[in-house]
Ligand binder design. Structure first.
Ligand code: GLY
Length: 375
């Protein structure tokens, strides 16, 4: 349980988030934000396509605020975002493993909040698209569409809750069975003994045999990309949430302890990669914010004497990141700066990312016990 001081802090920040998001919404209309340029959002669907993996986070942020405040402005805007994503389903041009990020935050959140029937069907449609990516010999969900049918990435762990949701709704076990097989493959090949995590695992798509790890958005194939580690912490904690299989909680804790051991030296703000050369120093706040939500999820499921260990680390990260990187100027777009897309992509070092704002808001609401369970 967060202390009264922390709850006051979270309430204050939540009010600031809510005020600023309203202003951003006035400027955005129904555009989909990602990274602001010169403190101003553009519609990312025009630059990266309607299937871009982050296109659900703004909807998710709006649903979180709708749930917490009851303000219809957020509800209407969130539903309008969901309608925009229908085009992605119809085009089916570059739908990837990221359908959970896109539709858990929009259609499924809409269904959870209102019971809307069409939103339910859209959520199931997306779940079927994800299930269709399963490789039956490799026991994995294939990532991306770059003619790499043997590639699996750690980010997928945040998308499989869509499959758990589909089984819970339909009572058809296929979706959950696929999710569990995939999670077991990811745990076996991408999570290392020391709790660090690789980004990409490559398999022979015909035989299903493991080939090796490949460097992706982190420094190299044997490094520890911090956002990938955060996806693992939260993703495995969520697999535990849905299945109650203690193996998944043990993986989440192993990665969490690795992550926590690596943020002390950098004042509770994660580097973009924990196992990269000492210079240059590049941070990624998005990793810290996603990990904080994961640590708070783990704290819900561990014995009482361990809860503080995870919760305090989450709160330290949230406060450190907010203090150093929050921009509360309502005339400028983007709230939390310091997010980094990838180690080898200097053009997007330490910028505001839409999912940073999402995870920051979810974490505040978790501390206040007012969050909408999106995952
Ligand atoms: N899912 C892509 C990323 O984390 O950047």
């Amino acid at each position: 349980m967060a202390t009264e001081d922390t709850k006051r802090w979270a309430e204050e920040k939540l009010q600031l988030v809510s005020n600023k998001v309203k202003k951003e919404l006035e400027r955005l209309g129904n555009a989909i934000p990602y990274i602001p340029f010169n403190e101003s959002y553009t519609d990312v669907s025009k630059e990266r396509g309607i299937e871009w993996w982050t296109n659900g986070f703004w909807g998710g942020l709006l649903w979180q605020l709708a749930h917490a405040t009851g303000d219809d402005v957020f509800v209407e805007a969130a539903i309008a975002q969901e309608k925009r994503l229908d085009e992605a389903l119809y085009l089916f041009r570059d739908i990837q493993h990221d359908v959970g990020f896109m539709w858990l935050h929009t259609a499924v959140a809409h269904y959870r909040e209102t019971g809307n029937e069409q939103a339910f069907r859209t959520g199931l449609h997306a779940a079927n698209l994800l299930a269709g990516r399963f490789n039956v010999d490799g026991n994995y969900l294939v990532a991306w569409n770059d003619q790499k049918p043997g590639w699996v990435i750690i980010d997928s762990m945040m998308n499989i809750p869509l499959l758990y949701w589909a089984t819970a709704q339909t009572k058809d076990p296929r979706f959950e069975k696929i999710a569990r097989r995939h999670a077991n493959t990811v745990a076996k090949y991408l999570v290392r003994e020391d709790g660090s995590v690789g980004h990409i695992a490559s398999f022979d798509a015909n035989s299903g045999e493991f080939i090796g790890l490949i460097g992706g958005q982190g420094y190299s194939s044997d490094s520890a990309w911090s956002r990938g580690n955060a996806w693992a912490i939260y993703g495995f904690a969520l697999s535990y949430h849905h299945t109650k299989d203690p193996y998944y909680l043990s993986i989440a804790k192993r990665v969490a302890n690795y992550f926590m051991a690596h943020i002390y030296e950098t004042d509770n703000i994660p580097l973009v990669d924990f196992r990269a050369p000492k210079m240059p120093v590049i941070y990624d706040t998005s990793a810290g914010l996603c990990a904080a939500c994961g640590l708070l999820e783990i704290a819900k499921w561990v014995l009482i004497d361990e809860q503080d260990h995870y919760e305090r680390a989450a709160i330290r990260m949230l406060k450190a990141i907010e203090e150093k990187y929050a921009n509360w100027n309502e005339e400028e777009d983007g709230i939390i700066g310091g997010g980094t897309e990838a180690y080898h992509r200097p053009a997007t070092y330490e910028v505001p990312l839409i999912y940073s704002d999402y995870f920051f808001t979810e974490a505040l609401l978790r501390l206040l016990e007012k969050e909408l369970f999106i995952w």
